[in-house]
Design a protein around this ligand. Sequence first.
Ligand code: PA5
Length: 416
Amino acid sequence: MSKLNEQIISGFQHKPDGEVFFTDAIEQEGHSHAKSVYEHFMSQSYAPLEIVSDKNALEEINAAKEHLDAFNNFLIIGTGGSSLGGKMLCGLSKNNLASLNFIENTDFDTIEQVIKDSDPKKTAIIAISKSGETAETLSVFSIFYQWLQSYVGESAYKQCLIITEDKTSSLKTIAAQEGIYTLNHHLEIGGRYSVFSNVGLLPALLSGLNIDQILMGAEKCLNEFKSEANNHILQGALYNFLFLKHHQKTSTVMLYYADRLNYLGLWFRQLWAESIGKSGKGSNPVPALGTVDQHSQLQLWLDGPKDKIFTVITLDQKQKGQAIHFSDCPEKINYLEGKTIGDLMDAEQRAITQVLKENNCPVREIRLPHLDEETMGGLLMQFMIETILMADFLDVNPFDQPAVEQGKILTKQYLS
Ligand code: PA5
């Protein structure tokens, strides 16, 4: 067990019966490969990670929030990396200062419903697209912009904000034509790595989160990794790689025991899938929410093909929350009487972690004493670094997504 920020982490464990997953030769080769991967990482500068120390970036985010202060309903239009980071962070907020609606899909039913539920006078639209050319985002934005114009007239542009790259694009042209308040999308930061930029932090700020603390947690994690004070991130990537290569563990499950982490898995799924799934290589990211997925996927994990490794993120929940009480408690559920809902969650997360291990599933545990902005910042940085390292182990470029272009070209042809 080691510590990162306040997390307590165990690496992927060996089989409980004393058998090991890897021979000494594989371990040795793995560690020398890991050494070169680490050295390569240290020789680069990664803008999506380094941005956490850029305090100037916060000023423009705070100014943008002020620009939107008159509104309490935000429609955030974007897709993939232009939405998942912000959505995930907003899922952490307990404050709910405003209503934030992420419109990621081109589903007319959803759009109609959002229009029905929104008061145009209280609504602001935030459109996010790095390229400024994404058909889904531009189309959805056009519909909501027309809707706003039909109620508030020419001043509709004042209720909008656009985040896009500072270069010629369709969205940039629209922003200029309409006079819409615009923030620049960082040129060296790709969508799925943009959570620590204005793309993730503006929605987070609007939802009432302390974004300085998110960055603080992330920066601490990055510094610890760089100073080698903690090498569990490198170990995480190494064992993902070794289990894939030598044991055909083609899925990596992320199981977390907190509703507020629900979107973490969706964010991670995109990060991992788009970053490492190329040239015939990669592993399948599987998000899972405890306890819900114990009643959904657990049977497969324990009794189906042994092709998965597990990262279990638990939260200290013992004695937290309301008490369970029945005035005349049936005997069968007597074990619940007087316990808190947190006690139940605590027992469940411990039990499932143990059961997975006893069934020879490689498990890594990340125990969070509490869940706040700083912890979240650290977790996100950790998974971003791990993804970049895993791509290096597999010798693929973590920052491109060449295969998705094919679908875009064909969609365009069908509409032309
Ligand atoms: O991570 C990525 O690069 C993608 O998922 C993009 O974020 C997504 O395709 C949206 O692109 P854009 O921000 O250019 O609209």
